[in-house]
Design a protein around this ligand. Structure first.
Ligand code: FES
Length: 102
């Protein structure tokens, strides 16, 4: 696992997702000034969860409205049936890092 700089805290507004573009994109979220990272790709049909609708610690996919828990990656509603992976996040100064598999 490697800590990778994802963005600045100013990039993470509450209620908005931020997509870390890479081979396996990651979605970052700010929930009450706690930061979370999950796989960006919806497990139903590959829409970006960073582009989804955020309410509290739940993100709703913009395509077919499956819901996922931002804290745990758990799938909360159909049509998705598989959870998304979660990644540890740390903040140093204004920089947000995600612990990603090598
Ligand atoms: S692509 Fe996300 S619910 Fe279908």
């Amino acid at each position: 696992m490697t800590w990778t700089k994802a963005c600045s805290t100013s990039d993470l507004e509450e209620g908005e997702g931020f997509q870390l573009k890479q081979e396996r994109p990651i979605a970052l979220f700010n929930v009450d000034d706690e930061y979370f990272a999950i796989d960006d790709t919806c497990t139903h049909d590959e829409s970006s969860l960073a582009d989804g609708y955020v309410e509290g610690d739940v993100v709703e996919c913009g395509w077919h409205f499956a819901k996922f828990c931002i804290r745990t990656g758990a799938v909360l509603s159909l049509p998705a049936t598989c959870p998304v992976s979660t990644y540890a996040v740390k903040v140093e100064g204004d920089d947000v890092f995600v612990n990603l598999p090598d």
